[in-house]
Design a binder for this molecule. Structure first.
Ligand code: NAD
Length: 549
């Protein structure tokens, strides 16, 4: 079953309220999927690409931009959709809609916002397969992996409904008949800039908490995979969020620069690569905005000789090659300690069994890379590292397409390089592909030293059956998310995503308690309502500093 874009001139999800911007000139447009109609296979080369709408004031519309980017299906490289560079006017309207909606949304009681969040969770669950299918088409990952992408975001939305507990303030009678209470208030408009590799999860890392805390949002999905975010917008409307609270804009640098520079935007959340993240963090903070920025990664898995071997191999291959290595928490470096280097042939044996292919094919274990540039980059790094001493234990470059339509896809099979060392590109760079680099060391201390010298600090794992070795490791390792016999230790959203060092810029991490702190500012209110005569001896004005004893 395939879906087609339907352009309408009159259908609207909700009529913008009187105080919001006028949209009479906008060309309304329907989303190209629905709860019951969504892609289950790749499109053919002559299928007309669907238009990716923009979303402002609860209305989907076709941008008036003259500049449009092609969205390619990474498995075939056929163009499946077109996404605009939002015009300056459209960016202005989106931010203005969010700014105007803020005082209204802020006045919604927390229990009302919680009720909407409950409904949103339910709708997300109902639309899980629909969102996952659009992710497969635009991003390439396998359907089950795309379901996981949505589910990890859904879990953040589920945790957000606990806002009635999480937002409780503090109060104390600080002096007779005088109380101070501290509450946390929303900031205003928050902008989120998202990467290509988790089209649903990353927008949902921020959006549910932005909403329940009383902020409004302008989201810029990755221009390579915007489809999932648009479905999320449709569900937000159905959940009962008023116009202007969520707005979606598109594009590249011009859009990002507007979001950074506009004074109505009070905070920026960013997930993506180092270059964009550093730029956004530095420029955003220099303009007085709060910024949280999750950046690139190089995640190591250390295996000790006492590790449960098959459990380790299964975990390693899943974490290194799942999502074609395009996860910021993918294991990209295996550190074999001592004689575990002899396990490489078993790892290679099992990695060879993984099937690379279409994300719509249930038997595929990994899909293609996002674009031809990523494939070329990975191949260049493999070649360069081999020239500099690395050894190819498994070469995924010899991938053979099972069908003609996949012959132009960006496929790379699982690749394993041994004898890798710092100084080789395979170790020094984030490859973001199904390429596992193996470094051998003699002791756990050498492993710790290697990892702590790496610039990134997103995730790390150790596999061992010794509790004291695990304890020794976890206390000395300088990485934000540590797994013991767990290859991808991303905590569930009752905690926060705690990547650190070169993988994070900012002070407060995404979601969990620090996510709420990031999205709110404290306010103290001190009030005196006399009910006793204890302090009545002070009958004349005092000009000394009040100390309230
Ligand atoms: P990217 O940095 O290319 O793009 C991310 C976003 O920034 C996109 O919306 C893009 O349009 C925008 N952008 C890109 N270049 C820009 C620039 N020069 N100026 C302003 N905006 C710019 O990242 P990507 O390729 O989409 O995603 C992959 C990267 O994201 C990897 O490095 C991966 O490690 C990282 N990532 C990190 C985490 C994490 O939590 N640490 C999670 C997911 C992805």
């Amino acid at each position: 079953m395939m879906y087609r874009a339907t352009q309408l001139t009159s259908v609207r999800l909700a009529k913008p309220a009187g105080q919001f911007l006028r949209w009479s000139s906008k060309s309304s447009i329907n989303l190209s999927s629905s709860l019951t109609s969504y892609p289950t296979d790749h499109t053919s080369p002559n299928t007309e690409p669907y238009i990716t709408p923009s979303f402002v004031d609860n209305q989907f519309f076709k941008s008036e931009s003259k500049e449009w980017f092609d969205i390619h299906d990474p498995a075939t490289n056929y163009v499946v959709s077109k996404v605009p560079q939002s015009t300056p006017q459209e960016l202005e309207e989106a931010i203005e809609a969010a700014a105007k909606a803020f005082p209204i949304w802020k006045e919604f009681s927390v229990i009302k916002r919680q009720g909407i969040a409950f409904k949103f969770v339910q709708l997300l669950r109902e639309n899980l397969d629909r969102i996952a299918s659009v992710i497969v088409l635009e991003q390439g990952k396998t359907f089950v992996d795309a379901q996981g992408d949505v589910t990890r975001g859904l879990q953040v939305a589920e945790a957000a409904v606990n806002i009635t507990n999480d937002l409780k303030g503090e109060t104390l009678e600080v002096s007779t008949d005088m109380e101070t209470k501290m509450i946390r208030e929303p900031l205003g408009v928050v902008a989120s800039i998202c990467p290509f590799n988790f089209p649903a999860m990353v927008p949902l890392w921020s959006l549910p908490l932005i909403l329940v805390t009383g902020n409004t949002a302008v989201i810029k999905p990755s221009e390579r995979v915007p489809g999932a975010a648009l479905i999320i917008a449709e569900l937000i409307v159905k959940a009962g969020v008023p116009p202007g609270v969520l707005n979606i804009v598109h594009g590249k640098h011009d859009t990002v620069n507007k979001l950074i520079e506009d004074p109505r935007i009070k905070a920026l959340t960013f997930v993506g690569g180092d270059k964009a993240g550093k730029y956004i963090y530095e420029k955003g903070t220099s303009l007085g905005k709060r910024v949280q920025a999750n950046l690139g990664a190089k995640n190591h898995l250390v295996v000790l000789p006492d590790a449960p071997k098959q459990q380790f191999i299964n975990a390693l291959n899943g974490a290194a090659f799942g999502a074609a290595g395009q996860r910021c928490m993918a294991i990209s470096v295996l550190v074999t300690v001592g004689k575990t280097k002899e396990w490489i042939s078993d790892i290679v044996h099992d990695a060879k069994l993984l099937k690379t292919g279409s994300g719509f094919d249930k038997s595929s274990d990994l899909g293609p890379l996002i674009n031809p540039g990523s494939l070329t980059k990975a191949k260049d790094i493999i070649e360069d590292s081999v020239k500099n001493g690395a050894v190819l234990a498994l070469d995924g470059r010899d991938y053979k397409a099972s069908e003609e339509r996949f012959s132009k896809g960006n496929f790379l099979g699982p690749t394993i390089l041994t004898n890798v060392k710092p100084g080789q590109r395979a170790y020094d760079e984030e490859i973001f592909a199904p390429v596992l680099s193996v470094v051998n060391v003699d002791t756990i201390d050498e492993a710790i030293e290697l990892i702590n010298a790496n610039k990134y600090g997103n995730g790390v794992a150790i596999f061992t059956s010794s509790g004291s070795s695990a304890q020794y490791f976890t206390k000395r390792i300088d990485v934000g998310q540590v797994g013991v016999n767990v290859p991808i230790p991303v905590p569930l959203p009752m905690f926060s995503f705690t990547g650190s060092r070169g993988s994070f810029l900012g002070d407060l991490n995404f979601y969990g308690k620090s996510g709420i702190t990031f999205l709110t500012k404290p306010k103290t209110i001190t009030a005196s309502w006399k009910s006793s005569t204890v302090d009545d001896e002070i009958l004349k004005p005092s000009t000394s500093m009040p100390v309230q004893q």
